[in-house]
Write a protein that binds this ligand. Structure first.
Ligand code: AMP
Length: 508
């Protein structure tokens, strides 16, 4: 089983029909995409890479992403997609931890990535797309599909850990194949000639959607901006029938509230799949009113990508059901390839209505964390993936997410792990203690707020803390507000009580 086989078969079936488009413009047919992926694979092999070697993609969304990703698989290598918005230190960590031998970059990221190479002995080559070095790679002889076993590593998916250090979830060919099959059964069928718009990062959420859509022979559409812009989306829409896209709830809200939507012809819009964070009921209802029955939802995490629970358009359409509101506010039902339970601290399954940790198992669940046996043993204890999310089932198997046990802040659809921000703040000489929490924000879902206790006799300078964060972590992770307090609330074990901190914000 090799995921690149999905492209090979699509090329056999669909020949020169469009496989990749940039905005309205067709860029490559399936046959050409498959040929170029074979060349990427051959080029990497010619550089001396062996099956299983890691190849990183530090790239913004662009059409080249597809031939590189499938080329990596075609050669039997493992892809390490990295979010293009990360800080240089974070890129460095992931490149080092993954032991990537080659890193593909887009021009906008060369300045960030190139200086890191001196300090990364495993990284032999940085290849910038659209340069002479990339052209040389594309002169290589194409190779056929490498033999890969179902459990071979396909995608090293870096999530941020609660310890502040990202962990690489090892996703195999089998994992991503199971994920793709469950999509068709549980979320949305796809026909050849349908299209998927990559308005979210292809390194994460949107990138996973490449697979079921490739399997079905749909067109991969990359917006010219490389990102999410409601006006651009409305311009693209008339050119691509059967268009789907993945959007974080904040993106859905921005699209629904865009002034141009009122007179827009949405007939080409097939499905918006939202996920990655909870969506407020009021926003959801507004979205259903404006978009019609075009919403589906996925609940997953890097460790079981896209595939824990989900809700199809048909389920959103059941407005007559007495518990319709509760259902649409939930994260849907367990997906076909995944067993899902809610358990207590001893991993004993709980009854419907009882809140506990959500655990799951099945073919979509990762092999483990890269080079991190302790975290793997803990997270996959007893053969179940411990998601760290709290939730409860209703009697019909709809899972409602109640809280995130790991205190993750989700802002603009991106996860922010408080500890990582706290560690940076604590490096400032005036800071004695720091604790970071999320606070509900109408547009972003949550915003980052930092509580600071100053060292005796020191004054906390917000601008200095902001500069410190900008120098060390991605922009979107830095606190938007600071509160200086006398002492952090703690329990008998000295643990900081974040619930009380959130309470302080509500009182303010
Ligand atoms: P990531 O590993 O970055 O994909 O983040 C996964 C986390 O996002 C999950 O553990 C949940 O806390 C949250 N999440 C994902 N999908 C949903 C959803 N549909 N509703 C609510 N929260 C979600």
């Amino acid at each position: 089983m090799n995921l690149a086989g999905l492209l090979v078969r699509a090329a056999q079936r669909l020949g020169d029909r469009t496989a990749v488009a940039e905005g309205a413009r067709s860029v490559l047919g399936f046959r050409d995409l498959a040929r170029r992926a074979g060349i990427v694979a051959g080029g990497l092999r010619a550089l001396g890479l062996k099956p299983g070697d890691r190849v990183a993609l530090a790239m913004k969304n662009c059409p080249d992403y597809l031939e590189i990703l499938f080329g990596i698989w075609q050669g039997g290598f493992a892809a390490v997609p990295i979010n293009g918005k990360l800080h240089a230190r974070e890129f460095h960590y992931i490149l080092e931890n993954s032991g990537s031998r080659v890193c593909f970059v887009t021009k906008d990221l060369v300045e960030t990535i190139a200086p890191l190479a001196d300090d990364l002995p495993a990284l032999e080559r940085i290849l910038c797309v659209g340069t002479a070095a990339h052209d040389r790679l594309m002169q290589a002889e194409a190779i056929g599909l490498a033999e890969t076993a179902p459990d071979d590593l396909a995608w090293l998916f870096y999530t941020s850990g609660t310890t502040g250090r990202p962990k690489g979830a090892m996703l195999s060919h089998r994992n991503l194949m199971a994920m793709s099959l469950s999509y068709f059964i549980d979320i949305d069928p796809i026909a050849p000639g349908d299209s998927i718009l990559h308005a979210a990062p292809m390194s994460h959420g949107s990138g996973l959607y490449i697979l079921p859509h490739m399997a079905a022979g749909a067109i991969q559409v990359v917006p010219e901006s490389g990102g999410f812009d409601p006006a651009e989306m409305l311009d693209i829409l008339p050119h691509h029938p059967g268009l789907s896209l993945f959007a974080a709830p904040t993106m859905v809200k921005r699209f629904v509230q865009h002034p141009g939507i009122e007179n827009a012809d949405l007939s080409n819009l097939k499905t918006i799949i939202y996920g990655g964070a909870p969506m407020y009921l009021a926003d959801l209802k507004q979205a259903l009113d404006v978009l019609g029955n075009r919403l589906a939802q996925l609940y997953g995490q890097g460790e079981s990508p896209m595939t824990i629970t989900g809700m199809s358009k048909a389920q959103y359409a059941m407005r007559d059901h007495p518990r319709w509101e509760d259902r649409i506010a939930s994260a849907g039902q367990a997906q076909t390839v995944c067993e899902v339970r809610v358990v207590d601290e001893d991993d004993t399954p709980l009854q419907a209505g009882e809140v506990g940790e959500i655990v799951c198992r099945g073919d979509s669940v990762m092999l483990g964390y890269w080079n991190n046996p302790e975290a793997t043993a803990k997270t996959l204890a007893g053969g179940w993936l411990h998601t760290g999310d709290m939730g409860s089932f209703d009697a019909d198997g709809y899972l409602t997410l109640r809280d995130r046990s790991k205190d993750v802040i989700i802002s603009g659809g991106s996860n922010i792990y408080p500890r990582e921000v706290e560690e940076v703040l604590l490096t400032h000489p005036a800071v004695a203690e720091a604790s970071v929490v999320g606070y509900p924000h109408a547009d972003w879902g949550e915003e980052v707020v930092a509580f600071i206790v100053a060292r005796p006799g020191q004054r906390v300078d917000e601008a200095a803390l902001d500069a410190l964060c900008l120098a060390n972590i991605a922009r979107f992770k830095r606190p938007k507000r600071y509160r200086v307090i006398e002492a952090l609330p703690k329990n008998n074990y000295g643990k900081i009580l974040k619930t009380e901190l959130r309470g302080l914000l509500t009182q303010a």
